[in-house]
Design a protein around this ligand. Structure first.
Ligand code: ADP
Length: 668
């Protein structure tokens, strides 16, 4: 069974539910929007972060490459400077010795003396030695290589196969002094990079030279660079790595590598493949390139996605690179979006508070509404509940809502009409009771009315059987039987007529007839009957204003009955004076009236004489007899002939019944 609920509760619940659902939907939509916005932002942040990071590691790597180049250049310059200084010092020394001893020693002795001194000259660092050669390629002074002394050195080759003296002489043809750079020969494993400095001397036809291998300086430099790179940390904790092309790690996982692991030695396939990627990325262009792989973070074992940039430094067959872990983006996102998240939570809280506030306001409004609504409703409810006892009207002004006010107006109207109906019913009931009472009275009268002539008839008929009466007396008895029989017949006819009228069975037959003739005839007939019947001091007169040929369309039989009835009443209730039958034609009707100078009817009684069984009072009835049916029948007949009847009377003065019939019959 369905649970019954109050309108107010139902309305409140439904409204709140709708608000709640709407709120949840709206909030959900807003949150969803915010979330997708956040997600988009996050993705674009991640993309731009990765782009920036890639650019950053490229910069870092190239900076490092640049630093290496600069460091190397600084070392080279320093070495070259020293080399030049040694040669210049040696040459200056030779010139000084020459100047001091010229003129003292012969040229041959001078040459010998200077050569000896120079041959013992050695650079401070111990790496360089001074060579003196004549401009036609003969060895003059060669420290540690005395066998070259006096030899033709034009075809002297170093370990890499360079014709060193030839090269020096070629340079001196163009300039007085200068450097010669011997690059490392890639085809020879023992090949080394070397600088030579040559300077033409002002003494004899000599030139001074010296050379120096750079390996020693580079080894130190490489260690310094490795250490520096190992110490370097990117802001996100990243590092720069450094490998040799043959797979030897120099700076590995942010530290100078000291172990004996080598990439490509087959000991770790994963690392080998990463190294191969590194090589191919570094070689992908002059600028280097990116590569993606999985690598564990420092001090960790789990390999996670990483992007690195690598570039090669072919001079030392080095690969330099640096990278970042792709999940760094997530760490950055958390950092970057922490404000965003706080704002999101704040917005959520605000939204929640706003919705709660709306619902609170709604509850207050709904409660106020329900209070007013229930007040109106209860006013109605109590009113209807007590409406049997209180016939008061609802106070419309007290209602809160227009609809209830309208309903109250309608209810008031309904109650008023109900009250009127009730009053009418009471009247009807009283009428019905009266009618019942009259009917009983009528029956009593009727039995009396019937019994009186019947008694007379039976009594006189019995007398006829007696012998002691004369013929004249018998005749009188017979006449009395006859007149009482007529009375009885009249009475029965009246009852039959009334019954027919009530049963709607009385037939009305309209036809044209001469009205003047009708009136005259009626007057004559009643004059003959009534004057004789009542035997009173009455002047019965006719005032006939109807034109000779006037024809009326109506039912002459019923009209006759009406006129007879009115005249018979006039004779009945008039003792002396005048009874007048009048007829005339009015603009719209014909008018027949019967006036008398009889008892008259009181104002009160006038209202009821046309009702059935009504007689003015019992005394009158007893005096004059009658059933109280005549005027009721008359009134019904008049209305069936489409006419109307009115009575004007003054008690004790007389009565005037006025009948009007339409000129043209309305029966169609
Ligand atoms: P009844 O058979 O009693 O005459 P009616 O219906 O003809 O019945 O008349 C009803 C009553 O109206 C009469 O009893 C009488 O009291 C009153 N009445 C009728 N006609 C006259 C009249 N011409 N003068 C005085 N009273 C009259």
């Amino acid at each position: 069974m369905r649970k019954k609920s109050k309108i107010s509760v139902f309305f409140k619940r439904t409204t709140l539910l709708i608000t709640l659902i709407t709120s949840v939907l709206v909030a959900g939509l807003l949150l969803f929007n915010e979330y997708s916005h956040y997600k988009r932002q996050k993705n674009s942040f991640r993309e731009s972060y990765i782009i920036k990071q890639k650019e950053y590691i490229k910069q870092i790597t190239q900076n490092e490459l640049r630093s290496i180049r600069i460091d190397k250049a600084i070392v080279e310059n320093k070495v070259r400077e020293e080399l030049k200084q040694i040669v210049e010092q040696a040459e200056n020394l030779a010139v000084e010795l020459y100047r001091k001893n010229v003129g003292v020693l012969s040229d041959v002795e001078l040459k010998e003396y200077i050569t000896k001194i120079i041959e013992s000259f050695q650079s401070v660092d111990g790496f360089s030695e001074i060579y003196v050669t004549s401009l036609d390629g003969k060895g003059i002074a060669y420290y540690n290589h005395h066998k070259f002394k006096g030899e033709n050195l034009l075809y002297l080759q170093d370990d890499d196969g360079n014709y060193v003296v030839q090269k020096e002489l070629e340079l001196l043809k163009l300039q007085d002094e200068g450097f010669i750079h011997y690059q490392k020969n890639a085809d020879i494993t023992t090949s080394r990079e070397k600088f030579a400095y040559v300077k033409k001397s002002t003494l004899f036809n000599w030139y001074f030279s010296s050379d120096i291998y750079l390996d020693h300086f580079y080894d130190t430099l490489k260690q310094e660079i490795s250490q520096r790179i190992a110490n370097y940390r990117l802001p996100n904790g990243g590092y720069v790595f450094l490998n040799e092309l043959d797979g030897t790690p120099l700076v590995y996982d942010g530290k100078v590598y000291v172990g004996d692991f080598k990439f490509l030695d087959g000991s770790d396939a994963l690392k080998d493949s990463v190294f191969r990627m590194e090589i191919s990325a570094a070689r992908s262009s002059d600028e280097g390139g990116y590569f993606y792989y999985n690598w564990p973070k420092m001090d960790d074992t789990l390999a996670i996605p990483k992007c690195s940039y690598a570039v090669q430094y072919p001079y030392w067959n080095w690969l330099i690179g640096s990278g970042f872990y792709l999940d760094d983006a997530d760490v950055e996102i958390v950092k970057h979006f922490s404000d965003y998240r706080t704002e999101f939570i704040q917005n959520l809280t605000r939204l929640f508070l706003l919705l709660s506030f709306i619902i609170l306001i709604e509850v207050i409004i709904l409660n106020a509404f329900n209070k007013k609504y229930l007040a109106d409703f209860n006013r109605f409810f109590h009113y209807f509940k007590n409406s049997d006892v209180t016939k008061k009207q609802l106070n419309v002004a007290k209602f809160n809502f227009e609809e209830f006010r309208d309903a109250a107006i309608a209810a008031n109207a309904m109650v008023a009409s109900k009250e009127k109906m009730y009053n009418d019913l009471v009247i009807q009931e009283e009428k019905a009771k009266e009618s019942d009472r009259l009917k009983s009275a009528f029956l009593a009268n009727m039995s009396h009315e019937i019994r009186t002539p019947m008694n007379a008839i039976i009594g006189f008929a019995e007398l006829l059987t007696f012998d002691g009466f004369s013929d004249a007396e018998r005749m009188e008895h017979v006449q009395l039987i006859q007149s009482n029989g007529d009375k009885l017949l009249d009475l029965i006819n009246d009852i039959i007529d009334l019954s027919k009228i009530e049963a709607n069975q009385l037939e009305i037959k309209f036809r044209e007839f001469n009205l003047k003739e009708f009136i005259e005839h009626s007057f004559q007939r009643n004059n003959a009957i009534l004057m004789k019947l009542f035997d009173k001091e009455i002047d019965f007169i006719l005032e006939d204003k109807i034109p000779e040929e006037f024809m009326l369309e109506s039912d002459p039989v019923r009209l006759n009955q009406i006129v007879d009835n009115l005249l018979s009443n006039a004779f009945k209730f008039t003792e002396k004076g005048v009874i007048q039958l009048s007829a005339e034609i009015l603009p719209n009707a014909i008018q027949i009236s019967v006036s008398d100078t009889g008892l008259g009817i009181s104002e009160n009684d006038i209202l009821r004489i046309f009702e059935r069984f009504q007689q003015v009072d019992n005394v009158m009835y007893r005096t004059h007899g009658g059933t109280g049916l005549g005027l009721a029948i008359t009134k019904s007949l008049v209305s069936m002939l489409n006419g109307q009847i009115k009575v004007y009377s003054l008690l004790g003065e007389g009565t005037n019944f006025v009948l009007q019939l339409p000129l043209i019959s309305q029966e169609q």
